[in-house]
Design a protein around this ligand. Structure first.
Ligand code: ATP
Ligand code: MG
Length: 575
């Protein structure tokens, strides 16, 4: 491919709307353009990267015995109503009507469609296990589409579904997929970490997310400092080690004290001169069913995912001021669990061990001191609802937990019989008994993986593609278009590389060398072959390695061999 023909609209300026590196660089380097919020056109180089990632995924899925299919994007509402998700999915589901007024949605995921398919086509245990996947556009009307391809409203996903006769079969396939995902992300040249993740209200079922570690990641990952232990979890899910604080203090008499204008934990700790771990933080939430008061120690934060999971609700939001007032009888900032009625009280385990604690008095400018949870209030539920932070002990080995930011590029999930039961998907077992399929689902964000690769591979000049997913391996740059001899040499290197299977472009534009070099750095070709008159006089050209910034003179006759050798070395580094 000639750069003069390539649709590669690079930009000099950083686009104002782009907050994260991958978004900025993919726009600047001419890989994509926005069509609407969270909706992008992928230009030729981006599409080449995507196809390479897809190819790696295909090879790894096929290696595990999976079969590729293509399901419809448009899905009938009836299936979603059967599974119960038509209502639960909420505004994230893109809904539409056909000309007859029938309801449809654009698929955000395909559990319903595939379960209904397999229900119709597979009826004996002899046909199991079955692994089916597709690579396709998905649609989610995200509340906050942002960061370019990271959180789009239309994006490419690989989704695979496993069907087994029993839990043991599911376990086998889950492990296979875990291995396949590990291979995929390793082969894409990414640094990643599988972490234990939240499985939602169902609880108990296994799920892991594959996190690419990068500063811009939306997720927080906690991992054990002890490599041998290997515990790693999404913060949403990370378990606490609940060491209930033991003191020998006897409970004192409950008292109300005046705390003028003290609404926040800081204000109260300063005013009353007590440490924040002696406080009880009370936060009022509204769900679709009820109001909830959640309490944690003053120095802790509530983990809303854990709270959501124990509440059995569809929606969980922070209560507005009015609700707080009507529940507690006081303005925001004075809520407390003592004598609080008409709400469900959910207490974090740690709170229960407190002695002579401090909490809001449900009255403006007042707090209670010497609060003793065992004596002064009765929670409806006592469970782990707090957020774990770096520095706390690992729940497996007790070593210190560390924190990192992660981009979720994939997730593997044991669904069990949730969808097969809801949609009546059964097969006949050896005894002729109708049994629901035991299912798993496994997703990889293909477009997000491309963005994540950029987040991990760039410098101040642009993208540095890992060689296995680079749009092209090599760019040949003749430094002057006017020198006929130089152009001829460049053309012949370009042809020789392409003929030997190295994906190569030539920058044949009548631009200054500096412009070509800058563009090549921005786009991120792993190798640049610079053809200039000085070296050529010695029968040499120069290889420039994008990642290391190294330049190597190479005799003309060795160019193809030298380039291949370098690419092979880079490739190995990816493995
Ligand atoms: P998130 O928590 O980031 O919203 P999710 O857990 O809802 O993602 P899954 O249903 O597990 O996503 O989808 C599988 C994969 O699809 C994710 O691991 C992620 O890589 C990708 N993905 C999900 N939502 C988006 C999106 N809006 N834009 C781009 N990729 C996405
Ligand atoms: Mg997920």
């Amino acid at each position: 491919m000639r750069v003069s023909n390539l649709l590669l609209p690079t930009l000099r300026e950083v686009p104002a709307e782009a907050e994260v590196i991958s978004h900025q660089l993919l726009l600047r380097a001419g890989f994509m353009r926005k069509a609407a919020a969270g909706v992008y056109t992928l230009l030729p180089l981006a599409w080449r990267v995507i196809r390479k990632i897809e190819q790696i995924i295909r090879e790894e899925m096929d290696r595990q015995g999976a079969q590729e299919i293509m399901m419809p994007i448009i899905q009938p509402a009836e299936l979603w109503q059967e599974s119960g998700r038509w209502d639960i999915y909420g505004p994230e589901l893109f809904r539409l009507k056909d000309r007859h007024g029938r309801d449809f949605c654009l698929g955000p995921t395909h559990e319903e469609i595939i379960t209904s398919l397999v229900k119709g086509e597979v009826n004996s245990y002899k046909q199991l296990p079955l692994l089916l996947y597709q690579i396709q556009n998905k649609y989610r009307d995200e509340r906050r589409p942002r960061f370019g391809l990271m959180r789009g409203r239309e994006f490419i996903m690989k989704d695979l579904y496993s069907f087994d006769r029993d839990q043991a079969g599911l376990d086998v396939n889950y492990n296979k997929m875990y291995e396949a995902y590990t291979n995929v992300f390793r082969r894409c040249g990414l640094q990643f970490r599988p972490v234990v993740a939240d499985s939602g209200a169902i609880g108990g079922s296994d799920t892991h997310e594959f996190m690419v570690l990068a500063e811009s990641g939306e997720a927080t990952v906690l991992y054990c400092a002890d490599e041998k232990c290997g515990y790693a979890a999404n913060q949403e899910r990370a378990e606490t080690v609940s060491a209930t604080s033991r003191t020998n203090n006897a409970p004192d008499e409950l008292q109300m004290v005046v705390t003028p204008g003290c609404r926040t934990i800081n204000e109260v700790t300063e005013f009353l001169n007590v440490p924040s771990e002696k406080l009880i933080k009370t936060v009022i939430y509204s769900t679709d069913k009820e109001n909830v008061a959640a309490i944690v120690r003053g120095d802790r934060e509530i983990n809303e995912v854990k709270l959501y999971n124990v509440l059995d609700c569809v929606r969980l939001d922070l209560a507005d001021e009015q609700t707080v007032h009507s529940v507690t009888g006081a303005p925001v900032g004075y809520a407390g669990p003592v004598d609080l009625s008409g709400v469900r009280l959910v207490a974090d385990i740690e709170v229960i061990g407190l002695v002579n604690a401090v909490c809001g008095a449900n009255e403006k400018d007042k707090h209670l001191v010497n609060v003793n949870p065992q004596r002064d209030f009765k929670p409806d539920l006592i469970t782990d609802i707090r957020l774990v932070k770096a520095g706390e002990p690992c729940p497996h080995c007790g070593a210190e937990l560390q924190e990192a930011r992660g981009i979720e590029v994939g997730q593997v999930f044991k669904l069990g019989t949730k969808y097969s039961k809801a949609l009546g998907g059964t097969f006949l077992d050896e005894n002729g008994k109708a049994t629901p399929f035991v299912m798993g689902c496994y997703g990889i964000g293909v477009t997000r993986t491309m963005a994540a690769a950029v987040e991990q591979n760039y410098d101040d000049r642009g993208i540095i593609w890992p060689v296995q997913i680079a749009p092209y391996h090599v760019i040949v740059v003749p430094v002057s278009n006017k020198d006929q001899n130089l152009m001829q040499v460049a053309e012949s290197i370009y042809n020789a590389l392409n003929n030997s299977g190295v994906e190569t472009v030539i920058d044949d534009r009548p631009e200054r060398a500096g412009v070509k070099f800058n563009d090549a750095d921005l786009v991120g070709y792993p190798v640049r072959v610079t053809v200039g008159s000085k070296r050529l006089a010695n029968g040499e050209v120069e290889l420039y390695l994008r990642r290391d910034g190294e330049t190597v003179p190479v005799p003309l006759e060795d160019v193809v061999g030298a380039v291949k050798e370098r690419l092979r070395m880079m490739d190995e580094r990816c493995f």
